[in-house]
Design a protein around this ligand. Structure first.
Ligand code: NAD
Length: 339
């Protein structure tokens, strides 16, 4: 049967994308919600046909262990809460689909993987681009050598964040968001560089910016620029920022025989992609990006029901966090870090 999910954290993404995705999915459904706001939880539960006993607060969450309607938890909390509530979900016997970035540090990621293994429950990171037709086609094209030998990858994930401060927005609070734009948005460019090149970097060199006297950047960086070197000799430059207008969401691969351009590359929809070879540019439209949200949920359901391998496991979240730590170390020490 269909796998029941509890959606934990009824914020912008939980309500806007996760709940509709579960409602649209084939092999899973919304079975419960976990929220600190009873009014909101009641409204959401009613909208998804849940009875009131399928509403959990953080205080009474532990009783979910006895709720057989719920087999998995979708953790859509701010990043600084991913570890604690993923561990509690495993302790309650549930599988976990955890939002990106996986956690605050390599050490936290390792703890989450250990908890998954100790309870024999599955852990998947919500890297939705691995289920999105444009990005899947781009990976396939790069594997097929569509641009020839890859020389350089450039990614940009940036926008201008409106006025805000640590008292009103978790995304600018270091304890909840880490360094800021890299973990939140630049992680898509980092991931793209890895899955488009098909390689892991051997060296990183990065620069961070943190403007003074700006309440948005009291605790977090405004901008992170990273250079990667790959074993093949290919290079990548990843730019991410909360302080640039009008913004960009781009991935470009330059090879010896062509260029792949994705712009927008990794959003919720509206993707555009083109391949230029021999002076001819071809626009590619491999499918509807909107399927990514439901397919991602079904992927964990498949793993639970059929034992299929998770393609975005905790180990991938850990891998990316290790790179993010190396990026910040490089910037802090002002030198290239060899991996
Ligand atoms: P949000 O601010 O809109 O929602 C966060 C929710 O967590 C709110 O309901 C808030 O009440 C609740 N919460 C509980 N404890 C909190 C605390 N101590 N401080 C602040 N809020 C608390 O955030 P969001 O945009 O929904 O992001 C949630 C998670 O989803 C993050 O990990 C984020 O990286 C991820 N996300 C992923 C995507 C994607 O495309 N995959 C998009 C947006 C967000």
């Amino acid at each position: 049967g269909s796998v029941g999910f509890a959606v934990m954290g009824l914020g912008g993404y939980g309500i806007g994308k996760v709940l509709p995705a579960l409602a649209a999915a084939d092999r899973c459904h919304v079975a419960a919600v976990v929220s600190g706001n009873p009014e909101k939880a009641k409204k959401v539960a009613a909208a998804y046909g849940l009875s009131e006993d399928a509403i959990y607060s953080y205080e009474d969450f532990d009783r979910i262990a006895e709720d057989d309607r719920v087999e998995a938890v979708y953790n859509v909390l701010p990043t600084g809460l991913h570890l604690e509530w993923t561990e509690k979900s495993f302790a309650a016997g549930k599988h976990v689909l955890c939002e990106k970035p996986m956690a605050m540090s390599v050490a936290e990621c390792e703890q989450m993987i250990a908890a998954s293994e100790a309870t024999n429950r599955k852990l998947m990171i919500a890297y939705r681009c691995h289920f999105e037709p444009f990005n899947l086609r781009a990976m396939e094209l790069m594997r097929e050598g569509a641009v020839g030998k890859i020389k350089h990858i450039e990614t940009a994930q940036n926008y201008r964040m409106g006025p805000t401060s640590v008292s009103e927005n978790w995304r600018v609070v270091r304890a909840l968001a880490g360094g800021g734009p890299l973990e939140d948005y630049g992680i898509y460019g980092l991931q793209s560089a890895l899955y488009l090149s098909g390689e892991m970097p051997v060296a990183v060199k990065a620069v961070t910016e943190q403007p003074a006297n700006d309440p948005r950047f009291e605790q977090i960086f405004s901008t992170v620029t990273t250079d990667l070197r790959f074993p093949s000799g290919a290079t990548a430059r990843l730019f991410t920022s909360y302080d640039t207008a009008p913004g960009n969401n781009m991935a470009r691969v330059d090879g010896e025989a062509g260029t792949l351009l994705m712009q927008p590359a990794t959003g919720y929809g509206g993707h555009k992609m083109s391949l230029t070879r021999d002076g001819v540019t071809e626009d590619l439209n491999p499918g509807d990006p909107n399927v990514q949200f439901a397919l991602q949920c079904d992927h964990l359901a498949d793993a639970i029901r059929d034992g299929t391998e998770i393609i975005t496991p905790g180990e991938m979240g850990l891998r990316d966090m290790a790179l993010i730590e190396a990026i910040y170390r490089s910037a802090a020490e002002g030198r290239e870090i060899t991996l």
